[in-house]
Design a protein around this ligand. Structure first.
Ligand code: MN3
Length: 199
């Protein structure tokens, strides 16, 4: 068994103007495809080839950088494409909305804290919203690390993520990461986030 690049649930141009067509095409066809192939290569000869990606991440040896970077890169982008949508509801649905209010006081506070986590991540990495013990937490990770990896300083079940590597926004936004973060909130698939929270 090997991991496959999942089909993108929308066309490359459908997130315009928030994420441009060329960025989507390169990000998916080159970057995510690369992580997928390199993950399969890194799994050859291990006893993990038939495990789920979640199990691989939960039990990862952080010293195995080929597996760490590519299993992370594979999982992170799979989730990222899923929680984006050209037809965003614009605001969180029932359970998500309640948990956001309970955990952060208001949607605006959540937005501020998530944006801060994304904008202050130095270099390449991700911002995360995770469910943990019936509440939500925000954190960020470096490179392709994620909350499923043990001892990464970021815990819980990922329900929302934002790629802040330059490859995710540089063609359109150059150094203006805060503008990209702001645009992200226009294209969140809140139906999917609710579904993940309920799963
Ligand atoms: Mn990326």
């Amino acid at each position: 068994m090997s991991f496959e690049l999942p089909k993108l649930p929308y066309s490359f141009d459908s997130l315009e103007p928030h994420i441009d067509t060329k960025t989507m095409e390169i990000h998916y066809s080159k970057h995510h495809n690369g992580y997928t192939n390199n993950l399969n290569n890194a799994l050859v000869g291990t006893n993990k080839e038939s495990e789920t990606i979640e199990n691989i991440l939960n039990s990862i040896d952080l010293n195995n950088s080929a597996l760490r970077n590519n299993a992370g890169g594979y999982y992170n982008h799979c989730l990222f494409w899923e929680i984006l949508s050209p037809n965003s509801e614009g605001k969180p649905l029932d359970k998500t909305s309640k948990l956001i209010n309970d955990s952060f006081g208001s949607f605006e506070n959540f937005k501020d804290q998530f944006s801060k986590a994304a904008s202050t991540r130095f270099g390449s990495g991700w911002a995360w919203l995770c469910a943990k013990n019936d509440s939500l937490e925000i954190c960020s990770t470096a490179n392709q690390d994620n909350p499923l990896m043990p001892g990464i300083g970021c815990e819980g079940k990922p329900v929302l993520c934002l790629d802040v590597w330059e490859h995710a926004y540089y063609l359109n936004y150059q150094n203006r990461r805060p503008e990209y973060i702001k645009a992200f909130f226009e294209i969140i698939n809140w139906v999917k986030v609710e579904e993940i929270l309920n799963s």
